[in-house]
Design a protein around this ligand. Structure first.
Ligand code: SAM
Length: 207
């Protein structure tokens, strides 16, 4: 099963799964690091059912959401059916369906460890930012829980913070910081003999 097929299959239960994996504190940290302002335009990459987007809408931003899974986007569309400030686009993080230099902020929460080529995805996210725009990526620190690959189609077992920092700098971003969110991502393996607890980092940079 590909990553897209996996997320298509779990789309209707993702909200519940997400609540077990990680909390709203991750979203609050990402949004506070970006220092968002109402009326601005953000992109949410690997948006899923709109976890980050929801926080941005609440703060008066317009959002372009991108996800490889049509089923995840459909769930989000249903959730935000009365809101007209969200644009839904099916697409790949490594080849974003967004023009150059159009958004003020880019967010990607728990998407990077699923993409085939993380540094290319980060370059794409930097490409769509306006000058002075901010990229904020929240994802997993490096870990050893192999079952996350087989059970949840994770492609990477998290990342070294130094490596993420280098990718941001290579994408032309400045004021790059990678720090601890102070929250963990938690998951029980389906056979019940392993329990993953992985710390979450927030990486940010300015164009
Ligand atoms: C773990 S979920 C996180 C969803 C959401 N950001 C959240 O915080 O709830 C990962 C999401 O990234 C999407 N995704 C994975 N690889 C992708 C890629 N290469 N391009 C676009 N979306 C991708 C998946 O379809 C899924 O919706």
């Amino acid at each position: 099963m590909s990553s897209r097929q996996y997320f298509d299959a779990v789309a209707h239960q993702w909200e519940k799964m997400r609540q077990a994996f990680f909390s709203e504190a991750v979203r609050e940290k990402a949004i506070s690091v970006a220092d968002v302002k109402p009326g601005k335009l953000a992109a949410d990459i690997g948006a899923g059912t709109g976890f980050i987007t929801e926080g941005l809408i609440q703060r008066g931003l317009r959002v372009i959401t991108v996800d490889q899974s049509e089923a995840m986007l459909r769930e989000m569309k249903h959730k935000f059916q009365d809101i007209d400030t969200v644009d839904y686009r099916v697409g790949e993080a490594e080849n974003l369906p967004i023009e150059d230099k159009v958004v003020d902020y880019v967010f990607a929460n728990m998407c990077l460890h699923h993409v085939e080529n993380p540094p290319v995805a980060i370059k794409e996210m930097a490409r769509i930012l306006k000058p002075s725009g901010r990229l904020v990526v929240t994802d997993l620190d490096e870990h050893n829980f192999e079952f996350l690959k087989t059970e949840h189609r994770d492609r990477w077992l998290g990342f070294k913070r130094e490596e993420v920092k280098r990718w941001f700098i290579e994408a032309g971003l400045k004021e790059v910081m990678v720090e601890c969110v102070g929250e963990n991502c938690c998951s029980q393996s389906s056979c019940g003999d392993e329990y993953a607890t992985v710390s979450i980092f927030v990486a940010s940079g300015e164009k």
